[in-house]
Ligand binder design. Structure first.
Ligand SMILES: [Ca+2]
Ligand SMILES: [Ca+2]
Length: 388
């Protein structure tokens, strides 16, 4: 695949070489955009990082005899003569690392295909650790990295990651929607921000608690979209308590904050209390919402009117303004790591699919997309565009 790359050297690079008059000159690094016709492009930064709307994809390489830095160049190229791509060439001691990135026009938002070729240029074997830092809030499956309901990255091989967890946080693919709630009576401002489980995904929070302990949990809701009842019934669950189905509009009215009390308990004794909001079966609007969570010591039996007004906040052991500024993911930033063994003069190639501009990367094994078909689709769309 790399052999077929038609190199289109940037003018700045040519100028840099000529002016310095040395073939071994380090090309002035610059950032390179790549994308599909008429789509918002992604960018490879001068250091080789891929810049996406969800964050930055960077690779780290470490190991014995591998220096921490080395020469790097980033250039714009055309794959197969038509596909705009960015290429990074880096030398790190015994390793020559080539990173190629292009956009494939998958429906609807496109996928960035990032390929890493790591070559051992020496006559002795080299062991290296390839690291992929993951953003705060990323949920890592065996082959996918999810962030806010999107597959932002697929991994070329299953990975064991050590992602540290917070004391509490959201553990789902729901979407924070600050300012969605418009309560028109006095209440805690936390009712204004919500999470919504778009397309019916559950809203789930996990709280670290004393194993087996009991807690009074109050869940706050305020419907600010629908005007008639029956549209968005939601099932609220707190571990250890019976689930409640509530239609906030029928129960409290539009733009009216409401609250429900649950006798929660860490029933399975795993030191975590789980709280969730799910769509009720048959709900015309399948997107559950949740506005506020309060957790009180067991037996507090708080007055719900006072809770809604925010007057019990000081007595709460936890208060979560769901979808608000202090809301957080359960997961801290982590790192996926691979151990690579490169024989003398051997090389390996790893491909990552990256969600571009608001989209999701295709699920490995569950979609028909491979590096080859993604590249073919990119060639086709760029050729068609050129021929128009
Ligand atoms: Ca539990
Ligand atoms: Ca809130």
């Amino acid at each position: 695949m790399i052999r077929r790359i038609a190199l289109v050297a940037g003018l700045a690079a040519l100028f840099g070489w000529t002016a310095m008059g040395r073939m071994d000159a380090v090309v002035q690094a610059k950032s390179v955009e790549f994308g599909s016709p008429a789509a918002q492009p992604s960018r490879m930064d001068a250091d080789g990082s891929i810049i996406e709307d969800w964050g930055k994809l960077t690779f780290t390489v470490a190991g014995e005899g591998i220096p921490a830095t080395g020469p790097v160049s980033v250039e714009a190229i055309k794959l197969d003569g038509v596909v705009p791509a960015a290429i990074r060439r880096a030398t790190r001691g015994p390793l020559a690392i080539t990173t190629t990135a292009f956009r494939s026009p998958t429906y609807p938002a496109g996928t960035d295909v990032v390929t890493l070729q790591i070559k051992n240029t020496t006559a002795r074997p080299v062991s290296a650790k390839l690291g992929v830092p993951l953003p705060d809030g990323a949920r890592v499956g065996r082959r996918t990295v999810m962030l806010a309901g999107r597959i932002i990255l697929t991994l070329p091989m299953p990975v064991e990651v050590d992602v540290k967890k917070r004391e509490w946080g959201s553990d789902d693919d729901s979407t924070p929607m600050p300012g969605w709630g418009k309560p028109d009576v006095p209440c805690d401002p936390a009712f204004r921000n919500i999470r919504a489980g778009m397309n019916g995904v559950p809203i789930v929070y996990r709280f670290s608690v004393q194993p087996g302990s009991s807690h009074d949990v109050v869940l706050g809701l305020c419907e600010s979209h629908w005007e008639s009842s029956g549209m968005r019934p939601v099932i609220l669950t707190v571990e250890g308590a019976s689930p409640l189905t509530v239609d906030p509009l029928a129960r409290w009215g539009r733009h009216k904050p409401g609250a429900l009390l649950f006798a929660g308990k860490d029933e399975n004794g795993d030191g975590t209390l789980v709280v969730s909001a799910l769509p009720a079966p048959g709900a015309p609007d399948r997107n559950p919402i949740l506005n506020v969570i309060w957790m009180f010591p067991s037996g507090t039996n708080p007055n719900l009117e006072q809770v809604i007004l925010g007057r019990m906040n000081a007595a709460a052991t936890r208060m979560v303004d769901v979808g608000g500024p202090n809301d957080q993911s359960l997961y801290l930033a982590g790192k996926a790591e691979y151990n690579l063994s490169l024989p003398a003069n051997g090389s390996t190639e790893l491909a990552f699919f990256v969600g571009a501009v608001g989209g999701s990367a295709p699920m490995p094994g569950k979609s028909g997309w491979t590096v080859e078909t993604l590249r073919k689709a990119a060639i086709d769309v760029n050729r068609d565009w050129k021929d128009r």
